[in-house]
Design a binder for this molecule. Structure first.
Ligand SMILES: [Fe+2]
Length: 395
């Protein structure tokens, strides 16, 4: 059931006012980012120097089997730190996985958490960290800034370049009951320090490099074109968009190019810094539903939806897109959108999907509108706007 426009407008205005009251227009305090080949070792040394003796490693099993996590944690092992493992994180992590990790954190008396992996591991690790001093059910933290005020110190080593989760205080956890995506946020969820180490990204498969890269692009674009500009959101969003345009084609052509891998890691990180200040927008609101309904990978869904939503925005996003166009190597808003679509095509991501069913359009639209009213996109989308986007991406 879609609410009347006047109610949706009032809700969005309320959310906007509340967000500005809660967070102000100043930048979110930056945390520590170590950058470059070998930075994972330096990050581990910081954990050692902080006198943590038992550290919970939150990761996924396939990554651990590849030996990448052991490599990231080498310095901890050499320093004699006790590593306690939770490697049960899966794509679209669930509250059950969070509980499994939280139980290990408590039973093993770990004092810090190191997340190694993509957005799923980092998001799960944030909520596991938040259980340190709280007996609340994690589901009760759904919403903006409702996570506990304290959490276990969280360190992160991303092994993809896209999600930006290493730079945000938010996490998305799937509720197994209705398969909905639950957003949880709070200042204590922001990692204490992160390492952007390109050595760990060299074996990333092309399909994941492409999808996560387009997720990063979507973060930069959505943070830049919205009605809220806060702190460093505009500058970091531009660095994200320019970085993806510059480095993604190169990293796809030459996956072992360390400079290009680092360029993409930085672009994704800046995208995270940007959305941590002003949040994502309507593209994510639609893409999240495609993930929930059909398990479309997050980056693939964003890549599909992005150009269509930007066209639907029309004049409301025109001026900002004109400013982004030179970063994509073109001029004008229309050319900027076309360049984003060409980038998607050139990295081999689909423009539509057979998984999306026309019979679901109504339900997807209602949920997408509800979610998007919590964001600060250039304008409020209508049901026909979203249906137009869904028709364009339904094969
Ligand atoms: Fe995203």
């Amino acid at each position: 059931m879609i609410k009347p426009m006047f109610l949706r407008r009032a809700k969005r205005q309320f959310n906007f006012t509340m967000a500005r009251m809660l967070f102000g227009d100043k930048s979110t305090a930056p945390h520590f980012a170590l950058v470059g080949s070998g930075s994972a070792n330096h990050l581990c040394q910081r954990i050692v120097d902080s006198r943590h003796q038992r550290v919970l490693i939150v990761t996924d099993k396939p990554l651990r089997d590849l030996g990448l996590v052991d490599r990231a944690c080498e310095t901890l092992v050499k320093a004699g730190i006790d590593l306690i493992w939770y490697d049960g994180v899966q794509p679209d992590p669930t509250f059950s996985q969070v509980r499994e990790g939280a139980e290990i954190l408590r039973e093993q008396a770990c004092t810090a958490i190191l997340a190694v992996g993509g957005g799923s591991s980092m998001d799960a690790a944030k909520i596991i960290a938040a259980t340190l001093n709280s007996t609340d059910e994690p589901e009760s933290w759904a919403g903006i800034n409702k996570a506990p005020e304290t959490a276990a110190p969280l360190y992160a080593i991303p092994t993809t370049a896209g999600t930006g989760s290493e730079a945000t205080m938010g996490a998305v956890i799937t509720d197994e009951g209705d398969q909905s995506k639950v957003v949880i946020s709070g200042a204590a969820l922001l990692p204490v320090a992160v390492a952007l180490d390109p050595d760990l990204l060299l074996a990333l498969p092309p399909a994941i490099t492409a999808a996560t890269g387009l997720d990063a692009l979507t973060h930069g674009v959505e943070a830049y074109i919205g009605i809220w500009s806060r702190g460093t959101s505009a500058e970091t969003a531009r660095m994200c968009v320019g970085g993806v345009a510059q480095w993604l084609p190169r990293v796809m052509a030459e996956p072992s190019d360390l400079e290009a891998r680092l360029g993409m890691s930085m672009a994704a990180y800046y995208g995270g810094v940007a959305i941590n200040q002003v949040n994502v927008g309507a593209v994510h609101a639609i893409a999240h539903q495609l993930g929930a309904f059909y398990h479309l990978p997050h980056g693939v869904a964003n890549a599909m939806v992005l150009p269509h939503v930007l066209r639907v925005f029309g004049d409301s996003a025109k001026a900002r897109l004109e400013e982004l166009a030179p970063l994509m190597g073109v001029s004008g808003a229309v050319a900027a959108i076309d360049a984003m679509e060409s980038l998607r095509e050139s990295v081999g991501l689909p423009g539509n999907s057979e998984a999306i069913k026309a019979a679901d359009h109504g339900k997807i639209t209602a949920r997408a509108l509800d979610e998007s009213d919590g964001y600060f996109s250039p304008r409020i989308l209508t049901a026909p706007d979203v249906e137009q986007v869904l028709r364009a991406i339904t094969a």
